[in-house]
Design a protein. Structure first.
Length: 522
């Protein structure tokens, strides 16, 4: 079975399995292998697989098809060959289908149990804390796991943290603000009782004679009292004050509610106060006006007064409450954002470290994953990956010998130094990291780079011309990605055009170990 692996370019890392017969690759949606890269033709090439043979044919593409650095019309591809397309390099990989027998007895029942335990939590614990944790983890959290299937973890975490912050502020600040408002309402209620008592005290004789027309209420017209309006009326609803409504009947909703309340309370002989929150921030206070009946020796209800308060303190308290809530919310969200950064990067760091170590292990630079960060939740995953790496080494030992460790550059660099000794042209040698190892006198004079002050440094750092360094590094990368094949480019040095020729030595681990660059005048 053959497959194509993208080793360089925009789609690096993508893999395409080649089916038996013809497989058409191109930018068109109707291709067997859609390859949406600029420069690739709608139908660029076809790869026909017959048994163990892969046959490549260019389909008249605009930019051509290159196999191992050479343009082709038709060619047979082997395992490891590289196909160069615009902005992409694909490697042909032949995969042998092998059956690996793992001698391990696994009972079906135990497998079913572990799957059930993973997805559903297995048996519910008997103790209450365990039941609560089980319900939270396997009943509530699956809802969030389902949302996580649609949205990135960091976005979901940020939303949950914001919601938690808003709920916390709402549940802690609003009760305090509500208590402050209730205190103000109590103060206004006491003020309404005081005004009603003051009205009864200053008009005691008129009330005793039930002569409501003689009642004086001038003090209620003072704006400092916070009284927006008031109505003094009898039990039938006929208004006596203010004078502009004299002998009219009440039609104000709150006054009607106050009269109904007073009539209900008359039979019980209760002396209470009626309070309502009204629209537009107003507070309604209702109170019965009573007088002493000297003939019967009783206290009778002679009238009702209904106040509409709109005190300045209530307005100020509302504005202050809104400002306090918003200030607390903004500060808490700022702290939550900082907390999000701490938690997110604290969590992501061990995961990034694991990804980096996996790549090193696949390159042969380490044998196992070891973390310096303490996060027990990742221990099981790390152990599983280490077991998988060990299994890969065992399979490699059984089929191809020792699991490849990263090779040193030294042997390859020494070989190229021997080649340079007999060269009659400017020559430069770079190591696997594109650092300058050595260059001969001719190359020093041509490039202006001195070995004594530049050895071991990146070519980008030691070259005065960044375009020259970028050209050389690009040729080195192209050679490394094409299994060390010769690469050629042009660059003008000291006013003259030069052919820059690059070849790389590939190590046993299939990585370039050293680069040999020559400069030939065009």
């Amino acid at each position: 079975m053959y497959k194509l692996v993208v080793v360089a370019g925009k789609l690096r890392g993508e893999e395409y399995t080649l089916n038996a017969g013809e497989n058409i690759l191109g930018r068109g949606d109707d291709c067997d292998i859609p390859f949406p890269v600029q420069g690739v033709s709608k139908k660029h090439l076809s790869i026909t697989v017959t048994d163990d043979v892969a046959y490549i044919k260019d389909l008249g593409s605009s930019n051509g098809t290159f196999l191992n650095g050479k343009i082709i019309k038709r060619a047979t591809a082997k395992n490891g060959d590289k196909i160069a397309l615009p902005d992409s390099i694909l490697q042909v990989v032949y995969v042998e289908e092998k059956k690996v027998v793992v001698k391990k007895k696994v009972q079906k029942e135990s497998a079913d149990e572990s799957e059930d335990e993973f997805y559903k939590g297995g048996d519910i614990p008997n103790h209450i804390p365990g039941k609560l944790l089980h319900a939270f983890k396997y009943k509530i959290m699956p809802i969030l796991h389902g949302i996580n299937e649609e949205y990135e973890w960091r976005h979901l975490f940020g939303i949950l943290l914001s919601i938690a912050t808003i709920l916390t502020i709402t549940l802690t600040i609003l009760p305090v603000l509500r208590d402050n408002k209730n205190l103000l309402l109590d103060e206004i209620q006491l003020r309404g009782i005081y005004y009603a008592d003051e009205l009864a005290r200053t008009n005691a004789r008129a009330l005793e004679q039930k002569n409501l027309n003689q009642i004086i209420v001038n003090f209620l017209d003072d704006p400092r009292t916070g009284v927006k309006s008031y109505e003094l009326f009898d039990l039938e609803g006929r208004i006596f004050r203010p004078r502009e409504k004299l002998n009219e009947y009440i039609d104000d909703t709150f006054s009607i509610q106050t009269r109904d309340w007073a009539n209900k309370m008359t039979d019980q002989g209760a002396d209470d106060i009626f309070t309502r929150s009204l629209p537009n921030g107003e507070i309604g206070i209702g109170r019965k006006i009573t007088a002493y009946n000297s003939r019967l020796g009783t206290t009778d209800t002679v009238g009702i007064i209904a106040f509409r308060f709109i005190p300045e303190s209530i307005q100020l308290e509302r504005v202050r409450a809104q400002r306090s809530y918003l200030e607390s919310l903004v500060k808490s969200l700022a702290v939550a954002s900082l907390l999000f950064g701490f938690i997110y990067y604290l969590t992501a760091r061990p995961i990034d470290e694991m990804r980096f170590q996996i790549e090193e292990a696949l390159r042969g630079r380490r044998r196992s994953l070891e973390s310096k960060y303490l996060m027990s939740e990742l221990s099981g995953l790390r152990n599983s990956i280490n077991s998988l790496l060990q299994r890969l080494r065992e399979l490699q030992d059984n089929n191809e010998g020792e699991f490849a460790e990263e090779e040193s550059d030294e042997g390859y660099v020494s070989t190229l130094k021997e080649f340079m000794m007999g060269a009659g042209t400017p020559v430069m040698i770079l190591d696997s990291q594109k650092n300058l190892v050595t260059l001969n006198t001719e190359a020093e004079d041509l490039t202006g780079i001195r070995e004594s002050s530049s050895q071991g440094m990146s070519l980008l750092d030691v070259s005065r011309e960044k375009g020259f360094a970028a050209t050389v590094i690009e040729l080195c990368d192209n050679s490394a990605m094409n299994s060390g094949t010769f690469q050629e480019g042009e660059y003008e040095l000291q006013g003259n055009p030069y052919r820059v020729c690059t070849t790389s030595l590939m190590g046993k681990d299939n990585f370039a170990k050293a680069f040999y660059i020559t400069f030939n005048k065009s």
